[in-house]
Ligand binder design. Structure first.
Ligand code: HEC
Length: 104
């Protein structure tokens, strides 16, 4: 019982850290040129060279929905056949790749 409060604290911090990362990324200015490189290296295979879709959905359409927080959550944490890039990509890489998708 003594350890229970500590446990809740950890859980609360973990949730906050995830949201903080999305907030941090949204505050960055994405570089579309750098983002094109991140995209062609990591995303083209599933989302298509022009991001209009392949085995994965169209990211041009996803960007147009304007739900950036939800989309960044996909990129960081993955979902189903969408791999998580939170470990392999830095905050700036994610800001860049999402800016690139928005420029298409
Ligand atoms: C191995 C294939 C694969 C790769 C590589 C991949 N994705 Fe995905 N992605 C998917 C699939 C499949 C989905 C749909 C997942 C689902 O429905 O839960 C998806 C979903 C998404 C979504 C949510 C789209 C929506 O409409 O909800 C975003 C955003 C996204 N991917 C971005 C990226 C970015 C950016 C990259 C490169 C850094 C990338 N993906 C690399 C397969 C991939």
């Amino acid at each position: 019982m003594k350890f229970l409060p500590f446990f809740f604290l950890l859980a609360a911090c973990a949730g906050g850290a995830k949201d903080d990362r999305i907030t941090t990324i949204l505050a960055l200015t994405g570089d579309t040129t750098a983002g094109e490189t991140v995209y062609s290296t990591n995303c083209t295979g599933c989302h298509g060279a022009d991001a209009t879709g392949g085995s994965g959905p169209s990211l041009v359409a996803a960007f147009a929905e304007g739900e950036d927080e939800e989309m960044l959550d996909y990129i960081i944490n993955g979902d189903g056949d969408m791999p998580a890039f939170g470990e392999s990509l830095a905050d700036q890489d994610i800001a860049d790749v999402w800016a690139y998708v928005g420029s298409l």
